[in-house]
Ligand binder design. Structure first.
Ligand SMILES: Cc1cc2nc3c(=O)[nH]c(=O)nc-3n(C[C@H](O)[C@H](O)[C@H](O)COP(=O)(O)OP(=O)(O)OC[C@H]3O[C@@H](n4cnc5c(N)ncnc54)[C@H](O)[C@@H]3O)c2cc1C
Length: 246
């Protein structure tokens, strides 16, 4: 009789968690040995033996928010009231989860001759944080523009860090825009309103044949993709990642 060997599963232990915006948390996990990925890719996370579950199950996809140059793996998510996220919020440090992947091709092109234009809505920032941190750490030659839309600064994950990275990397420009400042307690002197053709045009004048990357909730990704097409961008120059589940 032949026996079929079950492939070993890859697990990672939770190291820490912290808030990165109102209602949004980042989770750092131990990085399994030899677990390589490209900035911008995602993983599938499965809770092992969770104390509770619901009809949505124990698996979620998360873009990897940390860079490949970092020692640990980080994911970040909006903390909605689902069994998966309640467990993630409360499980003891040291708890292991199963990870599968990496997957996805929302990754930086090798060529740095074209400008990379990132369009992020809210939690869609995660793959871009990975790429922007890598670009600064490894002094990549890519010219990067990040258009980052949120309702309020309070809702914008990693905003301070993304602002300070501009000082480390002169080839990276952040354009954050807020759509509901009337509901904010903070002051704001930056852009307001949704990312649109006019806003892109003002910042991308002179950018070398831009390549667009869009990530976030499906409705937002669809809207921005259509806007880019209306502005004359070809689908060959647009990569998208829809965060199915939002
Ligand atoms: C490639 C990718 C990257 C993502 N990255 C992030 C991230 O960085 N941060 C983040 O917060 N969220 C991310 N998401 C969304 C995430 O997987 C969750 O769906 C989301 O966080 C909502 O989970 P919930 O428990 O709050 O809601 P719920 O409504 O309870 O769960 C979401 C529902 O979506 C379903 N679902 C999960 N994956 C898929 C899929 N691929 N196609 C169709 N349905 C699916 C689940 O089974 C579940 O039913 C990503 C999704 C994808 C596909």
């Amino acid at each position: 009789m032949t026996t079929v060997a079950t492939p070993p599963i890859t697990t990672a232990k939770l190291l820490s968690r912290h808030e990165v915006a109102e209602g949004t948390m980042a989770f750092r996990f131990e990085r399994p040995a030899n677990w390589a990925f490209k900035a911008g890719q995602y993983l599938d996370m499965t809770l092992l033996y969770p104390p509770e579950t619901d009809s949505e199950g124990n698996v979620r996809s998360f873009s990897i928010a940390s860079g490949p140059h970092e020692e640990t793996l980080m994911v970040a998510t909006r903390m909605r009231d689902t069994a998966f996220k309640r467990v993630l919020r409360t499980m003891p440090l040291g708890t292991a989860v199963k990870i599968d992947g990496p997957s996805g091709d929302l990754t930086l092109q090798d060529s740095f001759t074209r400008a990379s234009v990132f369009l992020a809505g809210g939690i869609g920032i995660t793959p871009f944080r990975s790429m922007i941190c890598l670009a600064a750490a490894e002094r990549l030659r890519h010219q990067i523009f990040l258009f980052y839309s949120n309702r309020r600064p309070e809702d914008a994950p990693f905003l301070d860090e993304l602002q300070s990275l501009e000082r480390d990397n002169p080839k990276y420009k952040l354009i954050p825009s807020m759509t509901e400042m009337a509901k904010s307690r903070r002051s704001w002197s930056g852009e307001t309103g949704f990312i649109n053709q006019e806003m892109l045009g003002r910042y991308l004048r002179g950018a070398a044949s831009p390549h667009y990357y869009v990530a976030g909730p499906p409705a937002m990704v669809k809207g921005l993709h259509e806007m880019l097409n209306r502005a004359g961008m070809n689908d060959d120059d647009i990569r998208t990642e829809e965060f199915a589940g939002y």
